[in-house]
Write a protein that binds this ligand. Sequence first.
Ligand SMILES: [Zn+2]
Length: 380
Amino acid sequence: MKKIIAVFLIVFACILTISGSLGFTALSFCEEEINSFVTENGNRTAGSEGEKQSANYIEERLTALNIAPLYESYQQSFEYNDLTSQNVLGLVDNGSTSYVVIGAHYDNIYKLDESVGANDNASGVVTSLNIASNFVSKNLDYNIIFAYFGAEEVGLVGSEYFLNNLDENILKNIILYINLDSIGAGDYLYYYTYDAPTSYGNFIDNYASDYSITKLGSKRLFSNRTTQGINYNHIGLNSDNANFIRRGINSLTFFAGNLDVARLGFHETQDHNKIMHNTDSIETNVEVFGERFYINMATVNNFVTDLMLSESFASEMSVREINPTLLTDWFLKIIAIIFVAVLALGTFLFFKFKGKKQNPNRQLKRSKISVKEQKEIAEK
Ligand SMILES: [Zn+2]
């Protein structure tokens, strides 16, 4: 009996240690990395010196993680309004023909000294870097591109340049694009795949049911906003994922917020009504959301990692089409409607003509002239 109790205690202690250490690791990566990222570069607006320095920072982190550059160098420069911005691109090459792209923009909106884009989008950058560290030595049946986009806030310029210049063989073999944008500041964490049900979306829905992430279905913007030719008619399209979706690429987007009918903004907080783009510092986010700010990032980190490591992930994501069951449902519904309509018409006609045969006087009765008059006419 004592042995059983001892074994039980040891197992229990192990479980506590493992779960405790996992939780600690998940939270500590966010705090340390996000602090060092925003402290070094507060102003990361498109084309700025700070944006360039942030690109160098990300490049150093990828180098330290032993993640190779996608091209000859990590940074892909492009011109925007006479300014130079750049994407930072790393590749985990598993010798496959399929690709998963994980993207986070690293530029920001810098309005005031105390707004350094901690949520938008240092949260996405540090979470993506941590996901990268989880996938360095995994031998999976797809390659992974880690993309850090510049000039997102000025109209998704970096991701558009990335896609326009991507090798056709990679472009047509992207099985999923995962977008991380503003994933800390909010009491709720949201994910968005696409408005129409898709088979890859269904797989993600089933997978997400174990996590505290809310699926975003019908949160449409009140008015269509168009920037750089891109129509953001849905709040879930308000980031670099719009460029991928436009090209028919499966996509999965995460963001945190407090969405309801009255508040469609990513950056408003229920408690303080502060516009986060004006006060997007670590201090404000922690003051408003507490540990939730870090827990959201850790949740995305864990969810994406688990999803990508799940056995059927690559095969489920490869399907790039509207869910066939949805089409079958509609097909069956239409067949059913036609069947009921034909049946109703048939029944109506059957009784109409049956009634005519059985009661020859019926037609006469309905006539405006009387039966007697009709008989008289007939005798003539
Ligand atoms: Zn953003």
